[in-house]
Design a protein around this ligand. Structure first.
Ligand code: GTP
Ligand code: MG
Length: 202
């Protein structure tokens, strides 16, 4: 389903990003939640995006071009306390500016760990996306780490929480980079947005 996946560049700010001529899908979420692993899983490439068991691995805006037609973007994680204050002070504005100014951002995938009940750091961020009208979808990661029952339970808590703020639930995916759950669903979702994009709905 993904014939070609190539690393394009790492950018320190939105002005350095590649030209905005293709629809773009970025992955964001807390450090260590599994953003880079998910990009590898979706593209079926082992080491396209760099992963690590230590939080704070991804530090720049990394563009990958898929099938010469769309971009995947690996972003640094938020909420990692061990990063120095100075580094954190530059990351925040870098990501914020990217999210606010990137014209071709078709959807931002916000990743949440399936094992965790709603956390204010994620929910504050999601509310901010709503305020700024940035299109997003949720991907729950690491679903292989606990039982289907536990996953369903946490998901129900999240849906209740989301309904307090949102009239309509956002698109929600459950994923695992280990057993590849969610891959075809996310790819299909991207492909449907790409279709709208090429039909000039944006
Ligand atoms: P930063 O770049 O530091 O923000 O982290 P990240 O969100 O890109 O996380 P990364 O993909 O580097 O994964 C972090 C750790 O979680 C690694 O040790 C991965 O192997 C592990 N991991 C990621 N996804 C999964 C998953 O679906 N299942 C399991 N069991 N482990 C996962
Ligand atoms: Mg990463």
């Amino acid at each position: 389903m993904v014939a070609k996946a190539e690393f394009i560049k790492s950018s320190v700010n939105v002005d350095q990003c590649p030209s905005h001529d293709k629809p773009e899908y970025a992955f964001i979420g807390r450090s260590n939640v599994g953003k880079s692993s998910l990009i590898n899983m979706i593209t079926a490439r082992k080491n396209l995006a760099k992963t690590s068991s230590k939080p704070g691995k991804t530090q720049l805006i990394n563009h990958f071009c898929i099938d010469d037609a769309w971009y995947l973007v690996d972003l640094p994680g938020y909420g990692w306390s061990k990063v120095s204050k100075k580094t954190r002070a530059t990351w925040g504005p870098m990501i914020e500016k990217y999210l606010l100014e990137r014209k071709n951002l078709a959807c931002l995938f916000v990743l949440l760990d399936t094992r965790l009940e709603p956390q204010s750091i994620d929910y504050d961020f999601i509310e901010w996306l709503g305020e700024k009208q940035i299109p997003f979808a949720l991907i729950f990661t690491k679903a292989d780490k606990q039982s289907a029952n536990q996953n369903a339970k946490i998901l129900a808590v999240h849906k209740r929480q989301l309904k307090l703020v949102w009239e309509y639930l956002p698109e929600i995916f459950i994923s695992s980079s280990v057993d590849h759950r969610g891959r075809s669903e996310v790819l299909e979702y991207i492909s449907s947005i790409n279709q709208d994009w090429s039909n000039d709905k944006y």
